[in-house]
Design a protein around this ligand. Structure first.
Ligand SMILES: O=c1ccn([C@@H]2O[C@H](COP(=O)(O)O)[C@@H](O)[C@H]2O)c(=O)[nH]1
Length: 308
């Protein structure tokens, strides 16, 4: 899967991922009204609205981008119908040949991690048969329970040719409370980054490892250090746009080959029509506003990379 991701980044010339993080208040009225007319103001109605909203965005952007990153929390809030909309979104994106990064941020004791890994990336045995559950291409993993919480994910990735993005330094304002704590002279996130590179060395694709890292766009100096510490690790970089990250902050997340990182924007793309810059599109044309926002993001990042 890392080879496919790189191939698609090269083809689109766009090291970006669109975050499909639908909240009801981003969804245009006409979509909500249609969904509620069919299913009522119910969880099913909400799930239908987020699915139709996602489909509009995917149809308007899939030719420009290599990948999407649905955030499972946005779907889980609508219970079982929400999870069905998540699965429908994953399958639809795969039918459009997009790489799907399930932002599930799982990690637990080994036996529980194994079940998460099977459910999201693998196949579960049912009697004599095997079934894929959610079947994303990559999943995000929280490593702060230690190796036994991560290794079951790596085992499933090896069996299934799938990949991970493991949290190293997150983009949120308080990420430093624990992640920046100095241990034996270095911040904890560096120890974790080194460990991610070590896990990844054992599961290499053609150019980069199947085992990637998450490093927030909001911490560019730390991104620069981590880039050097994990040269063969692909970095998923959230925090662009709504959290303040911009192209010029991101150049050091990339290697000299112009690869090595993929930048996520969720609200900045899917709710673009609500921003002043794209207001001319209006609610009805929300998906065209998202397409325009994708084009602007690609230009911002490739412009910064050209000028570095
Ligand atoms: O460190 C992290 C890890 C994950 N995320 C996720 O990325 C998106 C960001 O959304 P925006 O709307 O572009 O801010 C969201 O799904 C987060 O859960 C992150 O932001 N930081």
């Amino acid at each position: 899967m890392i080879n496919k991701l790189i191939e698609k980044i090269r083809k689109t010339n766009a090291p970006i991922v669109v975050g499909l993080d639908p909240m009801l208040n981003y969804i245009p009225k006409h979509i909500q009204e249609n969904a509620f007319a069919e299913f009522g103001e119910t969880l099913e109605g909400a799930a239908e609205a987020i699915w139709q909203f996602n489909k509009g965005i995917v149809d308007a952007t899939y030719d420009l981008i290599p990948a999407v990153k649905p955030q499972i929390a946005m779907y889980e809030q609508f219970g079982i119908p929400g999870l069905q909309a998540y699965k429908k979104t994953v399958d639809y994106c795969k039918s459009k040949d997009l790489v799907v990064i399930g932002d599930i941020k799982r990690g637990d004791i080994g036996s529980t991690s194994a079940a998460y890994a099977v459910g999201h990336l693998g196949h579960v045995q049912v009697g004599s048969k095997k079934y894929a559950g959610f079947d994303e291409d990559f999943a995000t993993v929280n490593p702060y329970l230690g190796s036994d919480g991560v290794k079951p994910f790596i085992e499933v990735c090896k069996e299934e040719n799938k990949g991970l993005f493991i949290l190293v330094k997150t983009s949120n304002p308080s990420s430093g409370e624990f992640q920046d704590r100095i241990m034996d002279g270095r911040p904890l996130y560096e120890w974790v980054g080194e460990k991610v590179a070590e896990w990844g060395a054992d599961h290499m694709g053609k150019e980069y490892s199947y085992i990637g890292a998450v490093v927030g766009a909001t911490y560019p100096e730390m991104g620069k250090v981590l880039r050097k510490l994990m040269p063969k690790t692909f970095i998923l970089v959230p925090g662009y746009g709504a959290q303040g990250g911009k192209g010029s902050d991101l150049v050091h997340f990339f290697n000299e080959d112009g690869l090595g990182a993929i930048v996520n924007s969720s609200r900045g793309i899917i709710a673009a029509y609500k921003q002043e810059a794209y207001a001319e599109f209006g609610e009805l044309n929300y998906a065209d506003a998202s397409r325009k926002a994708v084009e602007v993001m690609i230009e911002d990042i490739s412009g910064a990379l050209k000028n570095r």
